[in-house]
Design a protein around this ligand. Structure first.
Ligand code: NAP
Length: 245
């Protein structure tokens, strides 16, 4: 079950906590991965630790030309892309009334516009082959909102609407588009919290702990698998009970 033998995956933000776990989990199921981030040295380390099934591609998702060049580069290396995990994401938090144009623009560009451009490019090959899997890494914040994260919430909610729309467009081509909305996951993004913020965050979670990147990666493997072929336009809420739909 959930066999990904010889499937080619592109995982953005793989130099981060959740993305690295996704890349490892896909390879553990037999797949090959193109991993992206902005830091060459971290990508090199990641690929060395995963082995020959991984290849790194430096790509700044804030640079539209670089985003547009990514799909042809990965396809030239691996031949095709069967699975796209739109995982990379950034935060630039501030109360809405104080949010700068720049903080708004950066978060929308990296978290939403880059996903639009990359997904559009990857879909062309998937449509021709009449098969594919796309996973959007949204957030509980995109579903429930969070004070201080209006820009991030807008982008993460945007991924859900975009994903559902694409799901309806491409279902007859054998392509599924689903999303994951993680709650607090133990990664560098969450390690940036102060002790007081961390205690307050855990107090919001009925499971009384943060999730692990591996718990998100397991869901990505499932959504990418042949067994999930009839599941599309869905959002998996993985948050320890913090927000139940
Ligand atoms: P992370 O450890 O901070 O990693 C973020 C990843 O995004 C890194 O690989 C980073 O690459 C990449 N990235 C950032 N800016 C980029 C840019 N301009 N161009 C290309 N790549 C860029 O984050 P994480 O916690 O694993 O989160 C992964 C995803 O899950 C994000 O979309 C996040 O919003 C979402 N999420 C996380 C949590 C959580 O609690 N951790 C909760 C809900 C949703 P470089 O470092 O190499 O630049």
């Amino acid at each position: 079950m959930f066999d990904l033998t010889d499937k080619i995956a592109l995982v953005t933000g793989a130099t981060g906590g959740i993305g690295a776990a996704c890349a490892r989990a896909i390879v553990a199921q037999g797949g090959k991965v193109a991993v992206t981030g902005t830091r060459q040295a971290v990508l090199d380390e990641l690929c060395a630790s995963i082995g020959p099934s991984a290849k790194g591609f430096v790509c700044d998702l804030g640079d539209r030309a670089a985003v547009d060049a990514l799909t042809p580069a990965v396809e030239a290396e691996f031949g095709r892309i069967d699975i796209l995990v739109n995982n990379a994401g950034i935060t630039r938090d501030n109360l809405f009334i104080r949010m700068s144009d720049d903080d708004w623009d950066k978060v929308i560009e990296v978290n939403l516009t880059a996903v639009f451009r990359l997904t559009r490019a990857v879909l062309r090959g998937m449509i021709k082959r009449r098969s594919g899997r796309i996973v959007m890494m949204s957030s509980v914040v995109g579903v429930a909102g969070n004070a201080g994260q209006g820009n991030y919430a807008a982008a993460k909610a945007g991924l859900l609407g975009m994903g559902k729309s694409i799901a309806k467009e491409v279902a007859r081509r054998g392509i599924t588009v689903n999303a994951i909305a993680p709650g607090y996951i133990q990664t560098p993004m969450v390690e940036a919290l102060t002790d007081a913020q961390r205690a307050a965050a855990v107090a919001e979670v009925p499971a009384d702990r943060f999730g692990t990147p591996e718990e998100i990666a397991a869901a990505v493997v499932f959504l990418a698998s042949p067994e999930a072929g009839y599941l599309t336009g869905h959002t998996l809420h993985i948050n320890g009970g913090m927000h139940i739909e």
